[in-house]
Design a protein around this ligand. Structure first.
Ligand code: TXA
Ligand code: MG
Length: 322
């Protein structure tokens, strides 16, 4: 069996060499770890789908280190793309554009579009520059599982199945990039993230439509229809502290529970552990709940959490409420 090399920040040339050979290498970005392959090697791209167990109709994001690379892989780029790029690149924003015919269709799962993003993490941009080509990379987790925010998480899912992981420690933001499509007449927000709808509207000076997962016809962003980010441990959501406290008091004798809330609730009940609910720690806490065999994760969605649309979106998906 292949053993996965764990590379540090001084071994990026080894990572680039493996990628050039058509191997898969995971690397950190400012959002979550990505599972990278060379965009121009279709067999490497196909192995991403296999290793992740990713449905073949869910397209991948191309990661670049310069605007020139975007102009190579996309065509008919509208002027508003450059407004967004100036404001948010490099950073946690992915933009869907029309795909150039030079790019293998497999990365876009057959769509004639391509999602592009310029990560702000120095290791990601150095690695892409060393490779000399964009890297396609989905989040580096088994399909459906919580995303990876540390190299250890990548190894939990892919030890022995990918060539290497570049260990850059914890990622900074903890949830995936905001995805916006510029394919139709109006920009459409496909996935919320740390860059909010309001941030985007301010830069564009116009309003942005939200994608509806209930839309008829082919999904605009195929990823939206699949179960995502979910641990084995069941998640229960609470919107009022009264209901949460009632549940805790009734069940804490019989069930080991992990409580995720923003304010620390000082209930000190047996069998209840607490973590602070925030984007940076969300996925690692879900993974921890599985490893340590908690029986339930209770998530307290108070108003401050409900206002964070990126985090709220991941909470709803993870709990299966989407
Ligand atoms: O922060 C991120 O975006 C991370 C890091 C590694 O960059 N990547 C990530 O990739 O989250 P992934 O594959 O887990 O999610 C990509 C999302 C999916 O919902 C997918 O359907 C959507 O972007 N997407 C990709 N290409 C698209 C396209 N051509 N049109 C519409 N949606 C697309
Ligand atoms: Mg993902």
């Amino acid at each position: 069996m292949l053993s996965t090399e764990r590379l540090n920040s001084h071994q990026l040339s080894r990572a680039a060499e493996l990628l050039k050979q058509g191997q898969l290498v995971a690397f950190p970005t400012e959002t979550v770890y990505g599972l990278g392959a060379n965009i121009f090697l279709p067999s490497a791209v196909e192995s991403i789908f296999k290793v992740k167990g990713r449905p073949s109709d869910n397209p991948l994001i191309a990661h670049v280190s310069s605007l020139g690379q975007i102009e190579q892989i996309a065509q008919d780029i509208p002027p508003i793309f450059y407004q967004l790029a100036e404001a948010f690149f490099p950073g946690p924003l992915t933009v869907v554009l029309k795909r150039s015919d030079l790019v293998p269709a497999v990365i876009s799962a057959g769509l004639d579009t391509i999602a592009v993003r310029m990560p702000a993490h120095p290791l990601a941009s150095q690695l892409i520059s060393l490779c000399g080509t964009p890297l396609v990379a989905p989040s580096a987790n088994l399909s459906g599982k919580p995303s990876a925010t540390q190299a250890e998480h990548v190894l939990e899912d892919f030890e022995g199945k990918i060539a290497a992981v570049v260990d850059g420690g914890k990622t900074y933001l903890g949830i995936e990039s905001t995805v916006i499509s510029l394919i139709e007449n109006h920009p459409i927000l496909l996935r919320p993230g740390t860059i909010s709808q309001e941030d985007l509207e301010k830069v564009l000076g116009s309003s942005i439509q939200l994608a509806s997962s209930k839309r008829q016809g082919p999904a605009l962003s195929p990823g939206m229809k699949y179960r995502h980010y979910s641990p084995q441990t069941p998640i229960k959501l609470f919107y009022s502290s009264e209901l949460l406290e009632k549940h805790l008091r009734e069940k804490h004798q019989s069930r080991r529970m992990l409580l995720a809330s923003r304010p620390f609730l000082s209930l000190s009940l047996v069998n209840v552990d607490h973590f602070t609910l925030c984007s940076e720690e969300f996925y690692s806490s879900l993974r921890l709940a599985d490893q340590q065999n908690y029986e339930e994760i209770l998530v307290f969605c108070d108003e401050s959490i409900q206002q964070q649309s990126g985090l709220m979106n991941r909470i709803l998906h993870a709990s299966g409420s989407f």
